[in-house]
Design a protein around this ligand. Structure first.
Ligand code: GCU
Length: 411
C-alpha cells in the first residue's frame, strides 16, 4: 500500500510542482512579510582597514551562491575590436555614431558608441555603458545601425528586424546625454549570451563551456563581458575617459550592472534601474517576485547553488544589501518605480539604507535618507535613490537623475 502511494506521488510530483508554479501568487502585503534578520553587512568589521577582507568574503559568497564565479576558462579571455563603420554625424552635429565589432570568445558583439561632439582624445568624455534588450537599432532610429544576427527574444523568427529601428529610443535619452557631454556605449546583451534556458550551448558559453553549480550563469557572464568591453574602451576608444565609465542596466540588466560594478572596481559608478529580485531588492522580504519564482522562471540567470534558497531565503548567508555594499565607496544609484511592485521598491530602498553602513565606515555619506522619499523626490548622496511615478521602465526622468548624479560625482 505504502509503495503504491509513493509511486503515485512520484508520478504526480511534476504535476504538483507545475501547479505550485501555476498557483504562485505574489505577496504585496507588508503585514505578511516573514520575520527576518538581515546578515550584518559589517559583521565583525569595525575599521575601514578591515573592510577589503570582508568585501572579498561577501564577493565570494554572492559569487558562489547566487551569480556564479568565473570558471578557469574565462580567466585569460580578451576582447579585440575592429571598426564596423566610419563615424557618422547625428542629431544635427551634436554627436557622432561609431560602431565597433568586438570579438569575444568566438562571438561578434556590435558595440554602438554615441559620442558628443565635445569628446576628443585631448578632452575625453565620461560614458554610460549598458546593454540594450532588443538590439542597437532599437536604441536610435538610424538606418546605418547594423542589425544583430544574434537570436532575438520576443521575435517569432528569432531575428532582429529593421521595422524596429528606434523602437526603444524613449529608454535611452541619447540627445540629453550628448547635450551633457556624455557618451553612450551600448550593445545587445544576446550578442554575449542569448537570454534563454539553452543549457549554455550558445553565445560565449559555446566556446567557454557550461558552468558548474557555483560558476557564472547568464547574469555573471553578461557582467563579465561588460568588463571586457571596458578593456576595449580603455585601449581603443581614446575619446572616452575610462576612469569615468558608469555601468548601467535596467531590470535583469540592472541585476547585471550591479554584479559588474561589484566585481570590477574600474567601474567608477553603477546604476541599477528597477532591478528587483536578484538585484537591489532584499530577498528576505519576499514581496513580489521571490527567489523561488525567479530561479524557476529564469533558471539560467543564476548558478545552480542559488536554487536552495527558493522559499528558504532565511538560509541565505547574505542578502542583497551586501551586493550593493560591494560597490562602496564608489557612487551607486538605485531607482524604483511606483507601479513596479513585482520588483519591491521598498526592498530596493532598504538595501540602500543597509549598504549605507559600509559607505559611512569608508568615510562617505552613503544614502542621505533613512525614510523612503516621496514620489519623484530623488536623493543624491554617494548612494542615489528615487522612486518615480509609473511602471517598470526606463524613462527620461530616470536619465535626468542619472546624468545629474554622474555630473555631481565625475566633476
Ligand atoms: C521579469 C523578471 C524580473 C526581471 C524582468 C526584466 O519580470 O521576473 O526579475 O527583472 O523580467 O528583466 O524585465
Amino acid at each position: 500500500m505504502r509503495i503504491i502511494w509513493l509511486v503515485t506521488l512520484a508520478a504526480l510530483s511534476p504535476v504538483l510542482l507545475m501547479s505550485e508554479e501555476f498557483k504562485f501568487e505574489p505577496n504585496y502585503d507588508e503585514s505578511l512579510i516573514p520575520d527576518y534578520t538581515l546578515p550584518d553587512v559589517l559583521d565583525d568589521v569595525s575599521s575601514a582597514e578591515d573592510w577589503p577582507a570582508k568585501r572579498t568574503e561577501w564577493l565570494n559568497l554572492i559569487g558562489t551562491q547566487m551569480f556564479g564565479v568565473l570558471p578557469a576558462s574565462f580567466q585569460d579571455v580578451t576582447a579585440t575590436a575592429e571598426p564596423l563603420s566610419a563615424d557618422k554625424s547625428i542629431l544635427g552635429g551634436k554627436g557622432r555614431l561609431r560602431q565597433l565589432t568586438v570579438t569575444l570568445a568566438g562571438c561578434e558583439l556590435n558595440l554602438a558608441l554615441f559620442l558628443p561632439s565635445s569628446a576628443t582624445t585631448e578632452y575625453p568624455a565620461p560614458a554610460f555603458l549598458g546593454y540594450n534588450f532588443s538590439g542597437n537599432h532599437t536604441v536610435f532610429p538610424d538606418p546605418d545601425i547594423v542589425l544583430t544576427e544574434s537570436w532575438m527574444r520576443r521575435k517569432e523568427d528569432g531575428k532582429a528586424s529593421a521595422d524596429d529601428r528606434g523602437a526603444s529610443a524613449s529608454r535611452w535619452s541619447i540627445e540629453r546625454m550628448l547635450d551633457n557631454g556624455f557618451v553612450l556605449a551600448t550593445l545587445y546583451y544576446g550578442d554575449v549570451d542569448p537570454d534563454k534556458d539553452d543549457n549554455f550551448q550558445n553565445g560565449v558559453h559555446a566556446e567557454l563551456g557550461q558552468p558548474g553549480p557555483d560558476e557564472a550563469a547568464s547574469i555573471a557572464t553578461w557582467a563579465w563581458a561588460l568588463s571586457r568591453l571596458l578593456d576595449v574602451i580603455e585601449s581603443d576608444v581614446t575619446e572616452i575617459d575610462s576612469d569615468k565609465v558608469a555601468v548601467f542596466g535596467h531590470s535583469r540588466l540592472g541585476k547585471t550592472s550591479l554584479w559588474a560594478g561589484a566585481s570590477d572596481e574600474r567601474f567608477a559608478l553603477t546604476i541599477s534601474n528597477n532591478s528587483g529580485c536578484g538585484g537591489a531588492a532584499l530577498s528576505r522580504r519576499a514581496i513580489g517576485e521571490t527567489v523561488w519564482k525567479i530561479t524557476t522562471a529564469f533558471p539560467h540567470w543564476f548558478c545552480d547553488n542559488f536554487d536552495q534558497y527558493g522559499n528558504n531565503e532565511g538560509a541565505m548567508p547574505f542578502d542583497n544589501h551586501t551586493l550593493l555594499a560591494l560597490i562602496a565607496p564608489r557612487p551607486l544609484y538605485i531607482a524604483s518605480a511606483e507601479e513596479d511592485r513585482w520588483a519591491d521598491p521598498k526592498g530596493e530602498f532598504l538595501s540602500c539604507v543597509h549598504a549605507t553602513h559600509v559607505y559611512e565606515l569608508l568615510g562617505t555619506e552613503g544614502m542621505p535618507a533613512s525614510e523612503m522619499p516621496g514620489l519623484n523626490e530623488p536623493v543624491h548622496g554617494r548612494i542615489g535613490y528615487h522612486i518615480r511615478t509609473g511602471k517598470h521602465n526606463v524613462t527620461d526622468y530616470d536619465w535626468e537623475q542619472y546624468i545629474a548624479f554622474a555630473k555631481k560625482h565625475f566633476n
